[in-house]
Design a protein around this ligand. Sequence first.
Ligand code: FAD
Ligand code: NAD
Length: 539
Amino acid sequence: MQLMLYVLDLHLWRGFENICCLETLLGKQTRSKVALSNVPLKPGRSLMDWIRLTKSGKDLTGLKGRLIEVTEDELSKHNKKEDCWICIRGFVYNVTPYMEYHPGGEDELMKAAGTDGTDLFDQVHRWVNYESMLKECLVGRMAVKPIAAPKVLAEISSTVSEDKKQLNGVLPEKKVLASSSKDLSPSYDWFQTDSLIKIVIYTKQKDMNAELVIVDCQDKQLRGEIIMDDHSYLVEVDLDHAVSEDVAVNIAEKVGKVEIILNKKDNIHWKMLGQPREGHNTFIKRTDRGLFFRKCKLVSKTEVTHDTKLFCLMLPKGTHLCVPTGQHVYLKQIIAGTEVVKPYTPVLPFLPLDFQEPPRHDSVHMYLMIKIYSHGLFTQALDYLQIGDYISVSNPEGNFKKSQVQTSEDLLLLAGGTGFTPMVKLLNFALTEVSCLRTVKLIFFNKTEDDILWRSQLEQLALKDERFEVQFILSQPSKDWVGKQGKISSCLLSEFVKRSRRDSKVLICICGPAPFTEQGVQYLKDLGYSQEEIHAFTA
Ligand code: FAD
Ligand code: NAD
């Protein structure tokens, strides 16, 4: 999955001459040894060009619109560049016409030629809506379904005994203990009063917190997801009766109990919670869970620089979602009839200057700082959105862990352009909540002075907090610029990246254009920093 984002952006870089090896770039976080393509796409082979081709009415499968049943034997015959079929989740696509448009290059696609490419796809493309992208390439279904569908559990009503349907606070302690000794996966129960429905999830995990609980309740559908390391537990039901829009979430952090409280629209007795949906009561790897999107309203759009805007989105009333520091979300728009998904990293509405207390969490709004590219497919459409319009926003993802900062004494942030976005919450978290931090330094690479995001806020922060220092480095400065100039280099890094003490514990976070991050990681390693001391933000 991490790979795809690079891949998607890389194909649009004209003159892309770097061979980006993801393994080098991501170091120990890399899950697979897949090298990025160094072959730029030919002109006329962008995502938009692909969308146009799919709308042209051309027969892309060669089957004249027929759908067929494909045997494994048949699939394996279509394993050449000029005749390539791939199976994803039981559906077979003729990807031959897509070859030249694949951002990762033809060779990447060929790895799955004539086979079931589901695992490979999930590793690198999980967030891409292939059904929408490849719908004109659909050949048919596999005759023998290669992947078992997720287990759907029995109806909820049958799992709830009559005596537990009345709201009585919590389950008897001994029941929780008894079940936890047998099974470490979470479980849930539900209760009711005349006016409320309370769903209680026993995560059996200490240190539950609001960022690990994502709830969406809309139109009689309830989805409550609990994130537990790389796993996710889901309660997902079509509710038996209507509830009002607002949802409350209570978390007993120490015992890992999560309560989702819904308000009944009518004071009637519910015989059951509702009908389970596909993912209900499953505890599976996060990467195996499809991305969930909810529609958020654009409430404001303000200029940050000449080309970058701060978008404020309002979450629906029935949504409880706090994006953790260092994580991103995906935005989804339908562009020319095709779903296009891109990642963005939520920021704060501004840089708080008073770091005495942790900021109060605004659970209703999400702020995104987004650069609008003059030929950008997604950002142009985004900029077109009017106040009051809606856009789909996914659950958060990302592999940054706050614990990486919590033990650091020196924090160094290397940002290139909008690679500044993950640094915003990180900076705030570090200065507010990490007591052992002695120094925080942001080295911010931009093209020109006009491109520097939140420059005056950063300068004010540096004046206000003596632990914080900011250094701006420009790659295309005007002749009036008296500050540092250049691109990321060993020389620049050795000047600015230093430990405050010889043996101090350091964390260096880096984010920006892929070559910037790739080169930065390499220079840091050459300077003697270990893999554990470097975190590269990627998708
Ligand atoms: P694209 O269409 O991908 O175009 C990118 C560039 O190529 C632009 O310069 C465009 O002008 C040029 N281009 C496009 N088509 C052509 C063509 N045919 N010929 C010549 N040039 C062309 N970005 C942010 O602004 N804020 C964030 O918070 C943020 N967070 C991110 C988090 C992650 C994890 C990742 C991986 C990326 C993040 N990004 C962020 C980048 C974002 O996901 C998009 O890549 C970015 O917004 C560009 O999307 P686009 O579709 O508008 O541009
Ligand atoms: P930009 O083109 O304005 O460049 C900003 C600076 O980055 C430049 O001044 C230069 O110092 C450096 N840089 C640019 N290209 C370079 C290269 N080829 N080699 C070395 N250094 C280079 O940046 P932008 O348009 O704001 O783009 C920001 C990038 O950050 C995007 O590619 C975006 O996808 C990425 N981003 C990633 C994440 C993430 O992975 N979590 C989050 C936000 C942004």
